[in-house]
Design a protein around this ligand. Structure first.
Ligand SMILES: Nc1ncnc2c1ncn2[C@@H]1O[C@H](COP(=O)(O)O)[C@@H](O)[C@H]1OP(=O)(O)O
Ligand SMILES: [Mg+2]
Ligand SMILES: [Mg+2]
Ligand SMILES: [Mg+2]
Length: 416
């Protein structure tokens, strides 16, 4: 904790309460004392800064102590959990056996690594942050693993989780039993919402990419009072070098960890590395030079619609099609400038598919909205109520992108 207040200019600086009080400014917000403190605190907290007060008596100046490092311990725990989960996933992907892939009731694939990643992350977060009430909204549940037919799979997941915890190289973590693994997975049943803190987890985002041997991400976000305040994206197969038309980094290394905290920018480091670099979205204003990102799976997002939008914008490069929120990561460091996602009719977007990715992009200077230009609302439980699709770009391109999206959607509607 450190005092980061600066006094306002003389004249606006002092205000009476008892015999002495002072007005201060914190990162552009006026902060008062006494009766006005409650309101100011709320405003400050919305920006993710925590406040405490110290006052000996009303005749001495009230001192506001503002922590400039909010969510620091949550970020450290989230990075640790996502990095370990990535290790578990890499091990499984290397030797993926057919028996490790199962089909859920909605026919989408789930693997031992999805379950293992969720159990591991849930267990580590709860253990690393013992003083906080623990709530996590996550994709998987243990229903199938509790059936007779799921026992072998459950054993395999428990082994994977314990091997990964042991690979930490310390005695910090005990071995988990199968029941503890089931309980850790089922922590993820929280409904989220607009009150309090909730972790939001996609243990493997892009399971189809994972099974194919391509891109996937471990995506972990934190909601506070309905807003995403922190996000970590581990992308084990994403090169450190650019994957779009904006070739700014060069490296042969693969495996990236992106992380962002509200008001603090977005950073990238090699997975398992320690040197972090601040990243920014690509600041271009000419869409002709832009790379456009979209789902690899045509069943997840309409390639026709994004093709028509790209044509209207004059985008020259072919679309970059990759799985998962790795697209948000790549955009946050400027590999490309546009991400379009238009799921087919009837599909409902979930918060875990966008929470981490959206803050990674917005803290890097980008904008994430639905197809009508509305911000995403993460406060309504596990679903996102979006209009038609999700679009992502930089500040300069957003107005022309919104126009092109509107035109393309109108054309599509009139052709039906
Ligand atoms: N029919 C579908 N339409 C849209 N998205 C889907 C569909 N089925 C699964 N998804 C989810 O879309 C995301 C993948 O997006 P992308 O196609 O951009 O890689 C994943 O979160 C995936 O779930 P999962 O987390 O189970 O992999
Ligand atoms: Mg899934
Ligand atoms: Mg997902
Ligand atoms: Mg998933």
């Amino acid at each position: 904790m450190r005092n980061i207040f600066s006094k306002k200019k003389k004249g606006e600086r002092e205000r009476k309460m008892g015999t002495a009080t002072v007005w201060w400014r914190v990162r552009g917000i006026s902060v008062g004392v006494g009766s006005e403190l409650r309101l100011s605190e709320a405003r400050i907290r919305r920006r993710g800064i925590s406040v405490s007060t110290r006052s000996s008596c009303c005749s001495s100046p009230l001192t506001l102590i503002v922590s400039s490092m909010p969510y620091e311990k949550e970020l450290a725990a989230a990075k640790k959990a996502a990095t370990l989960a990535a290790r578990l996933c890499q091990k499984v992907q290397k030797a993926l056996l057919q028996s490790d892939v199962h089909s859920k009731s909605d026919k989408s694939p789930v693997t031992v690594a999805d379950y293992g990643s969720q159990a591991l992350i849930s267990f580590i977060l709860e253990r690393e942050l013992p003083s906080e009430p623990f709530s996590i909204v996550a994709e998987e549940d243990s229903g199938d693993l509790r059936k007779e037919s799921g026992q072998e799979t459950l054993k395999r997941i428990t082994e994977l989780v314990n091997d990964t915890l042991a690979s930490e190289g310390s005695n910090t973590f005990p071995s988990l039993t199968t029941d503890e693994v089931l309980a850790a997975i089922d922590n993820g049943k929280s409904e989220g919402g607009s009150v309090g803190k909730h972790w939001v987890l996609d243990p493997i985002d892009g399971t189809k990419g994972f099974v194919r041997g391509d891109q996937y991400a471990i995506a972990l976000g934190l909601l506070h009072e309905g807003k995403v305040v922190l996000g970590v994206l581990a992308c084990p197969n994403l090169p450190l070098a650019s994957i779009g038309s904006n070739q700014q980094h060069s490296s042969n290394e693969v495996g990236c960890l992106f992380f962002a905290k509200v008001g603090d920018g977005t950073y990238m480091q090699a997975l398992g590395g320690s040197t972090q670099t601040r990243v920014h979205v690509w600041d271009i204003d000419n869409p002709e030079q832009a790379s456009l990102f979209e789902s690899f799976e045509a069943a997840h997002s309409s390639h026709d619609l994004s093709g028509s939008i790209a044509e209207k914008l004059g985008v020259k490069a072919p679309p970059v099609r990759i799985d998962s929120q790795a697209k948000y990561g790549a955009l946050s460091r400027g590999d490309g400038a546009i991400y379009l996602r238009f799921p087919h009719k009837g599909y409902r977007e979930k918060i875990w598919d966008h929470a981490a990715g959206s803050i990674v992009v917005t803290e890097a200077g980008g904008i994430v909205t639905d197809a009508a230009g509305n911000p995403l609302d993460f406060s309504k439980g596990k679903f996102l109520d979006v209009d038609t699709g999700i679009i992502v770009t930089n500040q300069k391109l957003m107005p022309s992108l919104l126009r092109a999206v509107k035109e393309a959607l109108n054309e599509k509607a009139s052709s039906l």
